[in-house]
Design a protein around this ligand. Structure first.
Ligand code: BTN
Length: 326
């Protein structure tokens, strides 16, 4: 599977941290415990992969802003293991059916929390409620994280709230855009869908054995990259800002955001969710498996379920459905 554990990412970590500045060879050599020539050899893999590494006889070595390329080592180098957070173990694929399927398969074979799989393209990207998720090559970030949270099945809704907040955090950190959360799983910009979340959990008795957090963010899509059916409903970071962001930057920001939000008490996550919610306080229609419900979206309970206040004032909890403002 992923091989980075056997590779030393110290040099790459220092080069990214230096933000395009030169680092003296002697400093790199000392940090990595290598000779100067070994450093050049270690870097040649990244140079061959397209990372713009400049080797200057006097000034040392620098890494300029790369194009939209990525590799597991870059992700690891930019997300050093946290004391109490997950140890990210990325697998980057050029193509797969669905990253959620890969993550679930690895989870059932015993992969640890922190395993994640991202793909440049999905041939069977899945959305909620049996929908498909359009995944054109090298346009979106299609990624699934494996978590093994200490939660009961009844608390699984917390993961939806936490993940949508982490996605908002990451998108804002990279692009300065702050999308709004449309309960339960959509991130919206200007009334169009920018990103979606598909969480799949595996119970073990009353607890969660694991959860796969599948996220699709439209990053570099132009209008023609969407099918005619979704074109008027969807947007991308490129369409919203005119800037082509690197998918690796978003992935790194997502992992940092997950580290932060996983360490927050749920009450804090819930507050952050409320601050970004598109529909909180509004009259909404919810289409659920049990039929349609109308009411005012008034908040979330401790398990992450939506609180809906009906016309007669009674408040009910809803865990799944499609929401429309009325
Ligand atoms: C939705 O809005 O309905 C959820 C979309 C989730 C899409 C992501 S892309 C990565 C992961 N793999 C999938 O097949 N789906 C999720």
């Amino acid at each position: 599977m992923s091989f980075f554990r056997n590779r030393d990412v110290t040099i790459l970590r220092l080069l990214f941290a230096a933000k395009s500045n030169f680092i003296p060879r002697s400093k790199l050599a000392q940090a990595a415990g290598m000779s100067s020539s070994e450093i050049e050899l270690a870097l040649s893999t990244y140079v061959d992969a397209g990372y713009p590494i400049e080797i200057h006889p006097q000034r040392g070595i620098s890494l300029k802003e790369p194009s939209d390329i990525w590799c597991a080592e870059e992700i690891v180098a930019r997300c050093p293991a946290q004391k109490n957070g997950p140890i990210w173990d990325p697998l980057i694929l050029s193509k797969t059916s669905s990253t959620n399927d890969v993550a679930r398969e690895q989870a059932s074979k015993g992969a640890k929390a922190g395993f994640l799989v991202a793909a440049a393209r999905q041939t069977k990207g899945r959305g909620r409620l049996g929908r498909s998720w359009e995944s054109p090559p090298e346009r979106g970030l299609y990624v699934s994280l494996l978590l093994r949270p200490s939660l009961s099945v009844a608390q699984a809704g917390q993961l939806t709230i936490l993940s949508s907040v982490a996605m908002v955090d990451a998108i804002e950190a990279v692009s300065c855009l702050r999308p709004q959360i449309k309960w339960p799983n959509d991130l919206m910009i200007g009334g169009r869908k920018l990103a979606g979340l598909l969480i799949e959990t595996e119970p073990k008795g009353s607890r969660l054995a694991f959860a796969v957090i599948g996220m699709g963010i439209n990053v570099r899509h132009d209008a023609e990259d969407f099918s005619p059916e979704v074109r008027s409903l969807a947007t991308s970071l490129y369409l919203a800002t005119g800037h082509l962001y690197r998918r690796a930057d978003l992935l790194v920001a997502l992992l940092h955001a997950f580290e932060k939000r996983l360490s927050n008490p749920f009450a804090e996550v819930r507050e952050a969710w409320a601050a970004s919610s598109l529909t909180l306080g509004q009259q909404v229609t919810l289409t659920t498996v049990r039929g349609r419900k109308y009411g005012q979206a008034v908040g979330l309970d401790e398990s992450g379920a939506l609180l809906l206040r009906g016309d007669s004032g009674e408040v009910e909890t809803v865990t799944a459905g499609d929401m429309q403002a009325v």
